[in-house]
Ligand binder design. Structure first.
Ligand SMILES: *Cc1c(COP(=O)(O)O)cnc(C)c1O
Length: 427
């Protein structure tokens, strides 16, 4: 594989950007080698600057459910751009996208658009705190909710511990209000409520964890979170920035039939442009300025380019039979990887919910961060490099989700399984 141009661009980029990238995982540190510089995307494919083509399972880390450069999405953006890129004033497009999102997720009674998932989660937490007049929040070890200070916290040792900052620059005082529980472990949640009675504003959770690799909720976990937060007067926030439109078009809340108080969205709803959103119960959303006192604003929020791309993407997936096709393709991929690994005698744990999947190189069933982190990163790195050589672009880390788009047809899945077979043949 010739990546000469990528190599020279990466050298230049490292002088300009920390690590040569504008978001850390892109640097390929976890898998070795160096990042590829991308020239263009088309349907299920990415093309690098040296002209190599890859079947893409990263899809810009989730947003591109309609694949790269879908003609209808591109046209929507072009048409919008002709009428101006931002007004800083209300437009019909915001109403259209809001209604479209709410059709898929009826628990969202009112919504506010922002520009990223990070903005969505930090605003939702501010809102939960304003609504409950409490300061502490609970997150789960191994779940990622963007890079706001209070969310860059993972567990210390043991379960019911105070969070420690995960990054220098996060003030200890900020991290102190973030409590960390174990994913899929209701006892760890109960223990925190016992220790901090009437102090916990809310729980934020990835209802299907995706940012430690895909880890589905065990039966009763989400139901338990709903029951506990209702009992304690805390706000339940489903962070569906990744799972929204991906584990099911209606998100995890539809798939598992649980009603969170607030939902955060991003990724898919922007059709590949920067969009986030938070929304939920009318009563809580009434606290948001200018109706209420909880302040949150955005210069480019609801801009016509992003709204148009989102509207176009959601209208494409609304077509009859779309989810069934996606689910079939994803199931076929899952079965293909599993049987190929089995034949080759390579121990893996394959997880999948809807269009999100992870192949863990592990003999331990992934249930939480403790059971996930034992996965073999060296073996994953080897698999990643072999897949790349065979024309398949996976997320460059063991602890990330893979994604499918409506352009990942049965033929594309067959090609991918061939690449997996080839990777394991020379294992
Ligand atoms: C990606 C992601 C975020 C952050 O979104 P950005 O747009 O990258 O800020 C938040 N929560 C979850 C669950 C995510 O997957």
């Amino acid at each position: 594989m010739n990546i000469t141009k990528s190599i020279s661009l990466f050298q230049e980029a490292q002088k300009l950007f920390p690590g040569g990238v504008n978001s850390p995982v892109r640097a390929f540190r976890a898998v070795g080698g160096q990042p590829l510089f991308i020239d263009r995307g088309e349907g299920p494919y990415l093309y690098d600057v040296d002209g190599n083509r890859y079947i893409d399972y990263v899809l810009s880390w989730g947003p591109l459910i309609t694949g790269h450069a879908h003609p209808k999405v591109v046209e929507a953006i072009q048409q919008a751009a002709l009428k101006g890129t931002s007004y800083g004033a209300p437009s019909l497009l915001e109403i259209d996208l809001a209604k479209s999102v709410m059709d898929f997720m009826p628990n969202i009674e009112m919504i506010r658009f922002v520009n990223s998932g990070t903005e969505a989660t930090m605003s939702a937490l501010r809102l939960a705190r304003a609504y409950t007049k409490r300061d502490k929040i609970i997150k789960f070890d191994g779940c990622y909710h963007g890079h706001a200070d209070m969310l860059l916290v993972q567990a210390g040792s043991g379960v019911a511990t105070l969070g420690l900052p995960d990054s220098p620059g996060v003030p200890a005082a900020v991290a102190a209000d973030t409590l960390v529980a174990n994913f899929n472990d209701l006892d760890s949640v109960e223990a925190l409520f016992k220790k901090y009675p009437e102090q916990i504003a809310g729980i934020i959770v990835e209802p299907v964890a995706g940012n430690m690799g895909v880890v589905p909720p065990v039966k009763g976990f989400l139901e338990g979170l709903r029951a506990i937060t209702s009992r304690e007067g805390s706000v339940l926030i489903f962070d569906e920035v990744m799972t929204g439109f991906r584990v099911h078009f209606g998100g995890a809340q539809t798939l598992y039939n649980i009603k969170p108080d607030l939902t955060t969205l991003g990724k898919v709803i922007g059709g590949g442009l920067p969009v986030g959103a938070y929304g939920g119960k009318h009563e809580i959303m009434q606290m948001v300025a200018p109706v209420g006192a909880m302040y949150q604003a955005g210069t480019l929020s609801g801009n016509p380019l992003a709204m148009s791309a989102g509207i176009a993407a959601l209208s494409l997936i609304r077509e009859e039979g779309c989810w069934e096709k996606l689910e079939q393709a994803a199931a076929k991929l899952e079965a293909g990887i599993l049987s190929t690994a089995k034949q080759a005698g390579v121990p893996i744990q394959q997880t999948r919910v809807g269009t999100m999947f992870t192949t863990f190189f592990s003999e331990t069933e992934p249930k939480d961060w403790n059971t996930v982190k034992v996965a073999d990163k060296v073996r994953f790195g080897k698999f990643f490099q072999k897949m790349l050589e065979n024309g398949v672009y996976l997320a460059p880390s063991q602890f990330e989700a893979g994604f499918l788009s409506i352009m990942h047809t049965s033929t594309i899945i067959d090609k991918t399984i061939e690449a997996v077979t080839e990777a394991f043949r020379t294992w």
